[in-house]
Design a binder for this molecule. Structure first.
Ligand code: NCN
Ligand code: DMD
Length: 349
């Protein structure tokens, strides 16, 4: 399933990109006046292979949840049970992600890919466990490569079934206490940036904890074999990173744009990009997280974040906030009159 998905991912279509740029310049606005939004619409045209690209509606958010053995190293101020408690909150509709999803009309699917407990069944909860939390990545591999592949394929199948159900835009979400440690390790491994530059304060840690967290990330990078992308993922990643990498690949393979949330999605997108370099052509960076590794990941992916509101929540919140901007960018391509059709005189010279 993974190989077939990677093989189905096409780079941006050059003809659709050129058509979209030309169309932007015929619309009744000074060329370039919509700034970054013009580039977003052009990107989506390239990804879809047609200009104008389809409207990215309806949108579907998938929140992948998992626990992390590295929590035992004291890298997060929150107890591990918060992961399962927040999953229950998502399912009950009480989290920020639920409010933002309602605001933009996105559906919410919650996927347990490795929470360290069995959760109460619910219609909006998919149970696709690759384990009950990872092993401590600072002591050895977080998971086996077969487990990583299983979680990646879970993400692919969630993307596929959302698209089969009618979704025309996928938004990444995550939940996992201590997952900013794994994110920093993945980002350092894939970008080559030093651990100290990409390790942040996650949910809010003091200086002493941050120093320990940087050391934990360094240890993770030295005790694990960092070679093939799946080996690196299995060594220092989390089950939600694996599933998110699959979700991103699955959306790209299905020809549906994927709006990335924060640092966890950024780390997962690096895995996806290492497996299928063209995948970034199908992604939009919803926002830039306050977590320092996120900017490094986005730079490596060649993506420019749409909003920067100093968010550091995860759950898909930054991706959800960007969705109306992406919709507006595409709507312009469908509805705005051209200089010819509206009889507006073009600039001279
Ligand atoms: O999305 C982000 O950029 C982001 C930045 C900081 C924290 N988070 C969320 O906070 C949790 C991880 O934080 P921590 O401090 O436990 O590693 C996890 O549930 C993430 O969704 C998310
Ligand atoms: C309360 C809480 C909510 C979250 N949502 C995503 N990560 C989170 C971490 C905490 C601690």
């Amino acid at each position: 399933m993974l190989e077939e998905t990677i093989a189905a991912i096409r780079p941006a279509d050059a003809r659709a990109l050129a058509d979209a740029r030309a169309h932007q310049d015929r619309l009744t606005k000074p060329p370039g006046s919509l700034g970054v939004l013009e580039e977003v619409a052009v990107r989506l045209a390239g990804a879809a292979g047609v200009s104008p690209p389809p409207m990215p509606v309806p949108a579907a958010l998938a929140i992948f949840a998992a626990d992390h053995g590295v929590h035992a190293q004291g890298v997060s101020p929150w107890p591990q049970e918060v992961t399962q408690q927040m999953v229950a909150n998502f399912v009950a509709g009480g989290a920020v992600a639920n409010a933002f999803a309602a605001q933009t009309g996105a559906t919410v699917t919650v996927v347990d890919v490795g929470v360290a407990a069995d959760l109460a069944p619910a219609p909006s909860l998919l149970v696709m466990k690759a384990g009950y939390g990872t092993a401590d990545l600072s002591a050895g591999p977080a998971m086996g490569v077969p487990q990583a592949v299983q979680a990646v394929e879970s993400g692919i199948s969630v993307a596929r079934s959302l698209v089969e159900g009618g979704a025309r835009c996928l938004i990444t979400g995550d939940m996992g206490i201590a997952n900013t440690t794994a994110s920093a390790a993945l980002i350092s491994a894939f970008t080559g940036k030093d651990a100290a530059l990409v390790t942040g304060r996650g949910t809010g840690i003091d200086d002493e904890t941050h120093t320990r967290k940087v050391a934990v990330v360094r240890r993770a990078l030295s005790v694990n074999r960092l070679g093939e992308p799946l080996e690196t993922l299995a060594g220092v990643g989390g089950f939600e990173h694996a599933a998110l990498a699959g979700f991103i690949l699955g959306g790209a393979a299905a020809g549906v744009p994927v709006i990335l949330d924060g640092v966890i999605a950024g780390a997962a997108a690096l895995v996806a990009q290492a497996l299928a370099p063209a995948v970034a052509d199908h992604c939009v960076a919803g926002h830039r997280s306050a977590e320092p590794g996120h900017a490094a990941a986005l730079e490596h992916l060649g993506l420019r974040p749409l909003v920067d509101l100093e968010l550091r929540l995860g759950e898909g919140t930054g991706g959800l906030l960007a969705h109306p901007l992406v919709c507006a960018a595409v709507r312009v391509m469908h509805e705005v009159a051209t200089f010819d059709s509206a009889g507006v005189t073009e600039k001279s010279g």
